[in-house]
Structure formats: structure tokens, C-alpha cells
Design a protein around this ligand. Sequence first.
Ligand code: FEO
Length: 398
Amino acid sequence: MHQITEDVYYTGVLNPNMRVFDVIMRTEYGTSYNSYIVRGSEKTACIEAAHLTFFHSYLDNLKEILQGKSLDYLVLNHCEPDHTGCVAKLLEVYPDLTVVVSQAGSIYIRQIANNPELNIRVVKDGEILELGGKTLEFRSAPFLHWPDSMFTWLPQDGILFSCDFLGTHYCEPQIFDHRIAYEEKYWEAVKYYFDCIFGPFLPYVRKGLDKIEDLDIAFCCNSHGPVLTREGLLPEVIRRYSRWCRPEVRENKLIPIFYVTAYGNTELLARAAARGIQSVLPGAQVDLYNIIDHDLGQLTAIMNECDAFLVGSPTINRDAVAPVWQLLGGIEAVNIQKRPVAVFGSYGWSGEAVPHLVERLSSVKAAVFPEQFKVNFVPAEADITAAAAFGESFAKSL
Ligand code: FEO
């Protein structure tokens, strides 16, 4: 049994063997599904549930703390199934449980638990739930990292239940930050987690930090990884979040060109466009990336951080080629809005790659340059000149 304060207990489950999370994240150091019991004099609340796979361990932990007493509330700071997958089963054990969620969370949890009888209490920003000598205060924190996300603050104990925020996929066989054995690996996991989970929502990270600025947090009881403490790693985690959520201001524009080339023709256009851009913006950093020659994760990071970018693809089977789609699959839709993007490519028969890429980029609300540039088969000298002019026009539009 892990006790955090006199009336707050850890009831989470460790999963050191997990190696992939949410299909796309590698989790080299496993994870934990953190959950907590808060005991008031009148009511008892559980903050967060657990992954369905670990329901029995989670239930054992709950029962150990509850010792046969009732559980009144289940607070779900957000409803992703790693924290809610077992809610339907939990309700079989505690059918009178009231599920406490945000408005958006109420929609999600009904679908996740598939239970029309679900007893739900929707809480708004600033709303309070009294447990008897313990007060849960709710602060909405949308897009950290789901629309329904919120924080729960327990002022009597100085505990912030921060959901995924300030957490990480990292698992050691103890729960507090001051007992971490491999701190370097922990920080590596924190950065990777931040990039994957919160990188797409940087403006919301800034708002989230503002939202907890006034709190004197003794314990940050997050949903994954070690519980953070005021005397331990919490101040440094907050410092790093503050830095990472404010991208550095660059003196010169970063305008990468991503392309794939089947017979060298799209590459000729890429090089000509780069010359055109640099003739207008001589200080700009215009790097050319043949997508198949680079690490996709690194290219994705560059694409999401740059000031503007170009993407070029040949047309094969009436479409852009797979590596280009893979790159665009990593677009951070929130951050990419209004980002200037230009599209080009050489084609043999019909040239659908360019319009398809325009459609995709428009759908994520990038500012797609209205001139697209297509050349049939091998670019002639006039085409190369036109590709450079295309680069110039794009640069002038920035
Ligand atoms: Fe840990 Fe967003 O769930």
C-alpha cells in the first residue's frame, strides 16, 4: 500500500513491459496507470481508473484501501481508455458509483462504458465537490491532451491530480520521484512524452501552466510515471514544460523542402525552387530532404517546427507516393494551422499527386500556396526557370 498523505492513497498499476502506446509511441521504459483514493469524512473518491487489461490488479488495490467501505465518486480527468477501459467492469462492482467528468468527458465515457444508466456528474471549470473535510476543485484543461481534459486540485493536501499533464511513460518499482534510480532515462522519457502527447497542443500547454501557476503544489499526482513532489522533480518538470511550449524565435526563416523523386525530376524542381527562395530570402535556411534518406521522426519534427515548407512528389498510380503520405501523417494539426506550404511534383501520365497533397494540407488548415507547380516528365530548361520563379513567388508571399 502506498500512502501519499493521511487521506490520499495510490491505487495505480505498474506496467513495466509495455513497449508501444497508442499505436505510435514507443515506451521503452514501460508505464504505469496511476490512480488515487481520496478519503473525506463523508465521501470517498477515486481519481482515475485503469486500462482494462489491468482491471483485477487495480480492483485489488482499491479494495485494499477501501477495506469494505463504499466508493462514492470516480473522477476521470480525461477519458482515454488507458484510464477508463475498465470503468464498465468497475461499475459491476460499485454500481452506485457517480462518475465525475467534464461536459465533453460525459459524452466520451457513455460511449466507452456503453452504459446508458451511467450515473454521471458533469463538473465545470471552478466547480467544487465536497467529500467532508476534503474538497476537490476542478479546473478545465482542454486539449491536454483531449478535449475533455481537466485537472483536479485538493487544496487541503496541496495535491494536483494533473491527468497526463506533467506525467510520462516511465516505470520503476516505486511511485515517488525522489526514488528514481535511472534519472537520465526518466528525463529522456519525459521529453519524448511531451513531444508526442503535448507537442501538437503547445498553446494549450501554455494555458495549462497558467492554470496551475497560483497553486502551491506539494504533490503532483499525474496519470503516468512517478508522483512528482515539490522537494523532488516537480519544479524542474514545470520549468522544462515552460521552455518546451515556447518555441525559440528564429532570426531567419526555416523553410525546408521535403520531396521524393522517382527518376530525379521532382528533385530537379526541388533544387530550382530552393534557389528561387534563396534569391528572395538570402538568409533563409532552405534544406532539401529526400524523405527516404532521412529518419521520418526527425523530418516530422522539422516539418512541425518550421516557418513554412514545400512538399514535392511524383505521381505513381494516380497518387503521391507513400513516404510523402507518411511524412504528412505526422502533421500536428493544431500547430500547423495557417503554416505556409507549397506543393510541386513531376509526373508521367496524369499528375494527381499535387492536387491530392493540396487537398490533404488544406484539410488540416495549412495556408496552401495557391500556385502549384507540376511538370510532365523531364523538366526542360524553361521548366527549371519556372520552378525557380515558383520558389520566388512562394518566398515573396511569406
Ligand atoms: Fe494516459 Fe491520455 O491517457
